[in-house]
Design a protein around this ligand. Structure first.
Ligand SMILES: [Zn+2]
Length: 501
């Protein structure tokens, strides 16, 4: 939120812009340079700083056509036809507000998307990778966009220069439209249409408090984005632990790693590329019945564990319709729904948050981020539950399993091995060894086990599991596809030229 805040001598890092950024560049060639679709794609590839991933090229070729189809439909549906011309420069503005102590905080608001203007009308078309057919509206986002478009200046400088934006004022429009386009199928929604005055009012009503809260926040929120941050290594919320992963990365660019990105790499390195580009996924391909059941149980328990003040899950806090229920974005039915409900009921016997009222603190799904400068890797661990009872902190991983298998728990559940290593390195709570627990919810009942993080043999075994998980990925910075049987369950199959070949 703070303009021009940069670290002068950062460590070089691979930055992969998202798919919509690449699409924007292709559309620039199309809308501003007057090239055909084929020419625009060809020019974008020719002038890219490195060869673009084939998966991205595959998605873009379809996305451009879907975008154009949506634009034609939008123009056709206009009640009052207006001749709109594309605008090449970004729209943005500088604002300031009182932080409460009389000090003025300055912030910048820039909208990204495709800009059009004509006859006093300004229209912004937001690019979404997925279909927008059932996309939920985010009123704060819409209000922010409408407000900025209604009185934006033209941005003359680059977006990420190490200085404040250079702005040139421009005549304000009398009418504003905000449209979103789903580039995977050409679907579109008109998000806002009204006078400039109505746009300002909407901004004041739905965006202002959110923007002020974000602009005045000083909290640290480590997470998946830390990998691309210039301040890594100096951030008070991200411990630096050389040698954590047990691999040497001198000479390699800085990258980020998590167990799930490691799993994607093992399936097919190109899948990792697609995930980092935020390409749309075909979810039906990858979600089996038991994965959906596991996720639904997790989401149900997460909701319970998020309650404030934290309290243990009770026997009657289970889904009320055993044959069909949902939690988060996961729905289950039939046998999996009944088994899932039974697992949630079982969990109430082993819930971590039992303890004297007021002495329990819970942080579900807390990301733990640690930087290993020797490997040159930012490690991102998504933990199920970090909690405190009395004065003791613990990390608990909860797994739903079909059968209880007591052999090699850390190999079966590498999250446990990573938790043990992070705890031993004092990376979960700065300088502290938190306890590590595994809760398994199975068809035959719940079981909780604790791994002794003070036992040097267990810590050594955990390090070995983590190193095994990370080694192959770490040694292959270039991520090329490995087509084969995995293509059948790959959620990115439809964009992958290698898979088709
Ligand atoms: Zn619980």
């Amino acid at each position: 939120m703070r303009p021009a805040l940069r670290l002068e001598s950062g460590i070089p890092v691979i930055r992969q812009a998202g798919a919509t950024t690449a699409l924007g560049k292709v559309l620039d060639h199309l809308e501003h340079d007057g090239f055909s679709v084929e020419e625009a794609l060809e020019r974008w590839q020719r002038y890219a700083d490195r060869p673009p991933p084939p998966m991205l090229v595959g998605w873009l070729a379809q996305a451009v056509c879907h975008y154009l189809a949506a634009c034609a439909e939008i123009a056709w549906a206009e009640t009052v036809p207006v001749e709109l011309a594309p605008v090449s420069r970004n729209w943005g503005r500088r604002r300031q507000f009182d932080a409460g102590d009389g000090e003025a905080v300055v912030h910048e608001e820039v909208v990204s998307g495709r800009r059009f203007e004509g006859d006093g009308v300004r229209e912004l078309r937001l690019l979404r990778t997925r279909s927008v057919r059932d996309r939920a509206r985010d009123e704060a986002e819409i209000a922010l966009v409408a407000g900025v478009v209604a009185n934006a200046a033209v941005v003359l400088s680059g977006m990420w220069d190490k200085r404040a934006l250079a702005l040139r004022s421009a005549p304000s429009p009398h009418r504003v439209r905000v449209v979103e386009i789903g580039c995977s199928d050409g679907s579109h929604n008109v998000l806002f249409e009204g006078t400039a005055q109505e746009a300002h009012e909407k901004y004041r009503r739905d965006a202002e408090s959110v923007v002020v809260a974000a602009a005045s926040g000083t909290e640290y929120l480590p997470g998946a984005d830390c990998g691309g941050c210039d301040l890594i290594g100096q951030c008070p919320a991200v411990p630096v632990r050389p040698g954590l992963l047990g691999v040497d990365g001198s000479g390699l660019p800085r990258r980020s790693w998590s167990l799930s990105s490691g799993r994607s790499f093992d399936d097919c390195p190109a899948r990792l590329v697609a995930e980092r580009l935020f390409l749309p996924r075909e979810r039906a391909a990858e979600d089996s019945d038991h994965i959906r059941r596991g996720q639904a149980v997790h989401a149900w328990l997460e909701d319970l564990h998020r309650r404030v003040p934290a309290r243990a899950c009770a026997a009657d806090e289970v889904p009320s319709t055993p044959g069909e229920w949902s939690a988060g974005r996961w729905s289950v039915s039939g046998e999996q729904a009944r088994l899932g409900m039974q697992m949630i009921a079982d969990h109430t016997l082993t819930c971590a948050l039992r303890g004297p009222a007021g002495h329990v603190e819970a942080h579900p799904e807390r990301p733990v981020v640690v930087f290993d400068p020797k490997a040159n890797v930012v490690v991102v661990a998504k933990t199920d539950l970090l909690y405190r009872t009395g004065g003791v902190w613990r990390l608990r991983e909860t797994k739903t399993v079909s059968v209880l298998d007591e052999s090699a728990l850390m190999t079966q559940f590498p999250q446990l091995a990573l938790a043990v290593v992070l705890s031993a390195e004092g990376g979960v709570r700065m300088g502290e060894r938190v306890r590590v627990e595994l809760e398994r919810l199975s068809a035959s009942g719940p079981v909780v086990a604790e791994l002794d993080v003070e036992d040097s043999e267990i810590v050594a075994a955990a390090r070995s599991v983590v190193r095994t998980r990370v080694e192959a990925w770490h040694a292959s910075p270039s991520l090329t596809a490995k087509p084969g049987e995995v293509c059948e369950t790959c959620p990115f199959n439809q964009w992958c030229p290698e898979s088709k070949a």
